[in-house]
Design a protein around this ligand. Structure first.
Ligand code: FNR
Length: 181
C-alpha cells in the first residue's frame, strides 16, 4: 500500500539548497512512497485571534499534514535556530487548542548549510518543538549536512559523496515513519 510523506522545506527562497536537497532526496525513495509538498510561503503569521477562522492556506496545510503518514522536514538554520517560516507552520498546525494536527505523527529531520555545523543547532531546536507537538522524530543518525558543490548534481540527483549516507538515512526514516523502529 502507498505511504504518503508530507515534505516541509524551511526555506522560502527559490534557489534554496535545502529544497534542492529535498527534491534529490525523495528520488531515492521506493515507488510506493508518495511525497506531498507542503508550501508554507503563503501562510499568514500565526495569530491566535484567527483560531476560529483559519485562512484557506492554513486549512490546506493542515489537511495535508492530517492526511500524511509521516513528515520529512528539511530546513536551513537562521541565526542559530529554525527559520521563522518553519516555526510559523508548526504553530498553525498546533491550533486551535485540541486540534493539533501534528500529534502522533512520525518525522525525519535534516538540513544543510554551507557552514560547518550544517544546521545542527536548528535541528536541535526543531526536535524540542516537535516533542512539544507530539511528533516522534527519528533519533539517529543525525544528518547535519555541510553543503558542498556537487551535493546535488546538475541533474538533481544526490551526488556521489553523499549518496550512500543519505540513502541509508532515508531508508531509516521511512522505516521509522511506517513502523517505528
Ligand atoms: C543564515 N545562514 C546560516 N547558516 C548557518 O549555518 N547557521 C546560521 O545560524 C545561519 N544564519 C542565517 C540567517 C539568515 C537570516 C540567513 C538568510 C542565512 C546561512 C544559510 O545557511 C544559507 O543562506 C543557506 O543557503 C540557507 O538555506 P537555503 O535557504 O538555501 O535552503
Amino acid at each position: 500500500s502507498m505511504t504518503t510523506i508530507a515534505v516541509i522545506v524551511g526555506s522560502l527562497r527559490k534557489a534554496s539548497i535545502n529544497r534542492k536537497l529535498a527534491k534529490a532526496l525523495v528520488r531515492l525513495a521506493p515507488a510506493d512512497v508518495v511525497f506531498d509538498w507542503v508550501e508554507i510561503g503563503d501562510l499568514p503569521l500565526y495569530n491566535q485571534d484567527d483560531d476560529e477562522a483559519q485562512a484557506a492556506s492554513v486549512q490546506r496545510v493542515k489537511a495535508q499534514i492530517a492526511h500524511a503518514d509521516g513528515l520529512l522536514i528539511v530546513t536551513p538554520e537562521h541565526n542559530r535556530t529554525i527559520p521563522a517560516a518553519l516555526k510559523n507552520v508548526l504553530d498553525h498546525g498546533s491550533r486551535p487548542y485540541g486540534k493539533n494536527v501534528w500529534a502522533g505523527k512520525a518525522a525525519g529531520v535534516l538540513g544543510t548549510s554551507p557552514g560547518g555545523i550544517g544546521t545542527a543547532l536548528a535541528q536541535q531546536h526543531l526536535r524540542g518543538v516537535l516533542a512539544a507537538l507530539g511528533v516522534r522524530v527519528l533519533p539517529q543518525p543525525d544528518a547535519y549536512l555541510q553543503y558542498r558543490e556537487g551535493m546535488v548534481t546538475e541533474d538533481g540527483e544526490i551526488g556521489e559523496a553523499s549518496r550512500e549516507f543519505l540513502q541509508k538515512w532515508l531508508n531509516g526514516a521511512l522505516a521509522w515513519v511506517t513502523k517505528g523502529l
